[in-house]
Design a protein. Structure first.
Length: 73
């Protein structure tokens, strides 16, 4: 089963998703496994989003999941 989860809360996204899709004005900026998007974002827009949200890996218990838009049970 797959789930599409839409949120502006990066901490929540990180805690529930395996894959992340970052959109800016309807255009894909980043699409990758959650750890990659949060630790090594490719797009400048994604880096800006991260900079505006103070969070750390220790602050979010991912329970083995990554972050993002798509999560698998």
């Amino acid at each position: 089963m797959s789930l599409i989860f839409v949120s502006h809360d990066l901490a929540v996204v990180r805690s529930v998703a395996d894959q992340v899709l970052v959109l800016e004005h309807g255009r894909v900026q980043d699409l990758a496994p959650a750890d990659e998007v949060f630790e090594r974002p490719k797009a400048e827009y994604t880096r800006v989003l991260r900079a505006h949200r103070e969070w750390s890996l220790e602050a979010v218990d991912t329970g083995g999941a990554g972050v993002g838009a798509v999560s698998k049970p």
